[in-house]
Design a protein around this ligand. Structure first.
Ligand code: IMP
Length: 461
């Protein structure tokens, strides 16, 4: 476990989701990258997940684009975007994402892109298999359908495809991979793999996997496009991490509540979502305990989740609906409406430890209603009334009874205009103090509204 101390490597910051993903990390990463980039080169590193992630960024002219595999900072000239070894890369979607950013910004991507040659490939075959499993026994029911778990499963089955297999275009390996999934898919569904349509980022949103020849021909085109970005990232990173003139921002995708070991199993993702994953993905070049700010990003007044988990603090639909509309709580990747729950401090106390956070960034502080007190679950009781603790297991969570406290709401318009903590309503400051004290971490920053620049950095952290 990583401690709570601030790391010694100046100009380095990392962001992870302190709840169930979609806490607003993308924008924070983007703003921090631009902050550092004013004076120096910045490396922006993603180390887990793949096309399951999604965050929307706004271009200077107001156009918006959802990023899935590229880290934030695509529009920043001084930035190098690193897609790390711990990620699963879908080459077709990545080509499309790069094209989309270039089309919208009217020219080549300003940032440099490095893809670790050892990152895993997640292909249409994985997406088809995920769908087949869902139909067969319901496994992965709430998943995003982006083939994430099967791609990581291939690693544990010791039959992974990596970016370097695409670059060298290892026909034997790629053919074997296709034939393996063709057999599995046929056996599970009774249907041929080639005509089965899977989710893709292209215009239609779905495309058939294709015959072996078609599959290889698509991959060959994607290889030509992506090859210039592929690198031995670990070697190159070693020098840069030692160079104190360069800033680093790490963006962990998803949230600790979706981690395979810490989340509500089995509706979890397949990659590690905490800061430990940075050590693994950089082969120890970056020891996460050296990172100065390791921020757990949380929604300040509620939590949201997309998937099939049953959270013990789920809200009644009336208030949930209001929040969903006001805070646009729809999945950026799948557009599904998100479930809305009250803050669950017993779970979040566990997530803070598991994630390796040393500070908090509460977002959405403006989501409050004058007529509705803010409810927070402070502890769990079992059926006999005895205090009990968070366990990442649905059967255990189904047994607990949340104990709530309530806080007075504040004026959201005052929050949206505030530029310093002193300008926040006293109720909001009291609430932030309470969360900070309960989770045992200082508050580094907050966001106070949906637009860029609506945020406050707390001094002295
Ligand atoms: P998978 O990552 O597609 O395997 O999905 C597993 C679970 O994680 C599902 O409940 C997804 O909805 C959820 N999930 C995966 N990525 C994200 C994300 O970026 N934000 C929110 N939920 C996610």
């Amino acid at each position: 476990m990583i401690g709570k101390e601030f790391g010694s490597r100046k100009d380095s910051a990392a962001f992870a989701g302190g709840q169930f993903g979609d806490e607003g990390k993308g924008r924070l990463v983007d703003e921090r990258v631009n902050f550092y980039a004013q004076e120096r080169e910045v490396f922006v590193c993603r180390n887990n997940g793949g096309a399951n992630a999604g965050h929307t960024i706004e271009l200077p002219d107001g156009q918006r684009i959802a990023l899935h595999q590229l880290p934030s900072g695509v529009l920043t000239e001084n930035a190098t975007l690193v897609l790390g070894k711990g990620m699963v890369i879908h080459p077709g979607d990545l080509c499309e994402e790069i094209h989309q950013v270039e089309k919208l910004s009217g020219g080549p991507i300003k940032a440099e892109i490095w893809i670790d040659e050892k990152a895993l490939l997640s292909l249409d075959t994985h997406r088809a298999y995920e769908e087949a499993l869902k139909g067969f026994n319901g496994a992965g029911k709430g998943a995003t359908g982006r083939g994430i778990a099967p791609a990581y499963a291939d690693y544990y089955l010791r039959q992974p495809l990596q970016v370097r297999d695409l670059v060298t275009f290892d026909i034997e390996k790629l053919t074997q991979h296709y034939q393996f999934y063709e057999r599995l898919f046929q056996a599970l569904t009774g249907v041929g793999l080639s005509r089965f349509a899977v989710s893709t980022l292209g215009k239609e949103g779905k495309a058939p996997v294709g015959s072996l020849d078609e599959f290889l021909s698509h991959l060959s085109k994607q290889r030509d496009f992506l090859m210039p970005y592929s690198r031995n990232v670990i070697e190159l990173l070693r020098e840069r991490w030692q160079d104190k003139g360069i800033a680093f921002v790490f963006e962990q995708a998803q949230g600790i509540g979706l981690d395979p070991w810490y989340g509500v199993y089995p509706d979890v993702t397949a990659s590690r979502t905490g800061f430990d994953a940075i050590f693994d993905s950089t082969e120890g070049v970056v020891d996460p305990s050296e990172i100065e700010f390791r921020a757990g990003v949380i929604k300040a007044t509620y939590m949201s989740s997309v998937g099939v988990r049953r959270l013990p603090t789920m809200m009644e639909e009336g208030l949930a609906k209001r929040i969903r509309e006001d805070a646009n709580e729809y999945g950026a990747t799948t557009h599904r409406p998100r479930d809305i729950a009250y803050l669950d401090l017993p779970a979040m106390r566990f997530f803070v430890k598991a994630g390796g956070f040393n500070c908090l960034v509460p977002t959405h502080l403006d989501i409050v209603y004058p007529d509705v007190p803010i409810r927070v679950c402070i502890e769990y009781r079992d059926r006999t009334g005895k205090k009990t603790y968070y366990s990442p297991d649905q059967a255990s969570l189904d047994q607990i009874r949340p104990v709530y406290v309530e806080f007075d709401p504040w004026d959201k318009e005052v929050v949206r205009k505030a530029k310093t903590p002193a300008e926040l309503p006293p109720e909001a400051n009291d609430f932030l103090d309470f969360i900070s004290e309960q989770l045992g971490l200082p508050i580094w920053m907050i966001t106070t509204g949906p637009r860029r620049g609506q945020g406050i950095v707390f001094e002295g952290v």
